[in-house]
Design a protein around this ligand. Structure first.
Ligand code: ADP
Ligand code: MG
Length: 257
């Protein structure tokens, strides 16, 4: 039921990385000259880790998130998710791959208003024609605290509850990677804190790998490691850092735009 075994034997073997980038670049052609949004990023994230990605506006965070999740293709270099090298995948194949291997949560919850909580959560399985693993579904629904609200519609939920449904929907297919883009951006402090705590719980208890883009040092401090992007490159990494340390590092990266 739990899928944490892969993350626990890391001393004895070298498990497949949840995410690996090798010299990944992204260049946007533009009339005013090519924009080098990612300038050769190499990194490896182990299964069951929670990583925050921070950086000034224009540093490449969104491009990183898109390329590292198969939403967009890099100009050169490799992206591997759960050991699958996405190089050469067609749009169609990427779409199918994402459905099976990547979960997404955004600032906007993107729930289907006409569907119940239960049907929103299991929607990805229906889209990919997969049967519901009821034991796993129960585990996920329990972890996000939605067991008593399964028959509600999104309009009958608070923002924090809707984001928890979105997290459950992202987890239902046991993705190699959960990508979160400013997941607490629309939430008040208390509710945002609950969502961040939930992300740490799905990492530690379910062995989920989480990558979260945020501009908020307080949110980033929930992650195991903070990855700083500066001008399309990794400008530093901090493990187990405090809010103050993260905020100080951010100010020294400087703003580009
Ligand atoms: P961030 O999310 O950190 O603000 P982005 O990844 O959005 O950074 O952008 C990185 C750089 O790439 C910026 O200079 C931005 O202007 C440029 N950029 C992003 N998307 C495009 C695009 N579709 N076409 C051209 N340039 C882009
Ligand atoms: Mg962005």
């Amino acid at each position: 039921m739990m899928r944490s075994s892969r993350s626990h034997d890391s001393h004895t073997s070298s498990p497949t990385a949840a995410l690996e980038l090798i010299k990944t670049t992204k260049i946007y052609p533009s009339p005013g000259g090519d924009v080098h949004a990612l300038r050769g990023i190499s990194l490896r994230l182990e299964p069951g880790t929670f990583t925050a990605v921070m950086g000034p506006s224009g540093s490449g965070k969104s491009t990183f998130l898109h390329c590292a999740s198969g939403l967009d293709t890099p100009t050169s270099g490799q992206v591997m998710i759960g050991g699958h090298d996405l190089s050469g995948y067609s749009e169609r194949r990427l779409t199918l791959f994402r459905r099976e291997h990547v979960g997404f949560i955004f600032q906007a919850y993107n729930l289907i208003p006409t569907l119940t909580v239960q049907d929103n959560i299991t929607l990805p399985l229906r889209l990919s024609g997969k049967p519901v693993d009821h034991q796993w579904a129960q585990e996920v629904i329990g972890q996000v605290g939605m067991a008593d609200l399964l028959q509600r519609r999104p309009s009958e939920l608070s923002g924090g509850q809707q984001q928890r449904v979105a997290i459950a929907r992202a987890l239902i297919g046991r993705p190699d990677l959960l990508m979160a883009d400013e997941p607490t951006g629309a939430l008040d402090l208390t509710t945002g804190t609950q969502v961040l705590e939930l992300l740490t719980i799905v990492t530690s208890r379910m062995g989920q790998t989480v990558v979260m883009v945020t501009h908020d040092a307080r949110a980033a401090a929930y992650a195991d490691e903070v990855l700083f992007l500066a001008d399309g490159q990794v400008g530093g990494r901090l493990s187990g850092a405090s809010v103050e340390t993260i905020a100080t590092r951010m100010t020294h990266l400087g703003d580009k735009s």
